[in-house]
Ligand binder design. Structure first.
Ligand SMILES: [Zn+2]
Length: 154
């Protein structure tokens, strides 16, 4: 499967994707986002069935913070360095609201996801919500980074 799957409603996602999105949504409740009030949660499904979550961690010195996706990815590697990551789901919500708001992975997180793909030699599916409120399943980080810079470039 090397194509983007785009559906209009959450219920149109497969059950596995829905479950991972719900884990990401649970995680965003613990986001540390006192500056942006933009709460992001991510959930990574590992090859052994483990789900590792992350949430954005902001900082008064802005660049010192980290996105939810990278918190989840780095946590997954710290806990299970030899287990592949199969899928990552990303969700966001503005503080005080009850519905999710669209959020796709930023460029830096795409680059880190790509590094994980290259390290483990298998793609990572990425589930996220577009600005049009559609749910996207991207087949890999590479699909989100055409003409990517990788270790092959060094
Ligand atoms: Zn990011």
């Amino acid at each position: 499967m090397n194509e983007f799957i785009i559906v209009n409603h959450f219920s149109d996602l497969d059950i596995g994707a829905q479950e991972l999105v719900m884990k990401a949504r649970e995680a965003l409740a613990h986001a540390y986002a006192p500056y942006s009030n933009f709460m992001v949660g991510a959930a990574a499904l590992l090859d052994d069935g483990s789900v590792i979550t992350g949430m954005n961690q902001e900082n008064a010195a802005y660049p010192s913070g980290l996105c939810a996706e990278r918190v989840a990815l780095f946590s997954a590697y710290a806990l299970y360095p030899h287990v592949k990551i199969l899928k990552v789901a990303v969700t966001a919500q503005k503080r005080g609201e009850t519905e999710l708001t669209p959020a796709t992975c930023c460029g830096e997180c795409r680059q880190v996801l790509l590094e994980f793909e290259n390290r483990q030699q298998t793609p990572i599916e990425i589930i996220m919500q577009s600005q049009q409120y559609q749910w996207i399943k991207a087949p890999s980080a590479l699909s989100l980074l055409p003409f990517a810079f990788t270790n092959a470039s060094l």
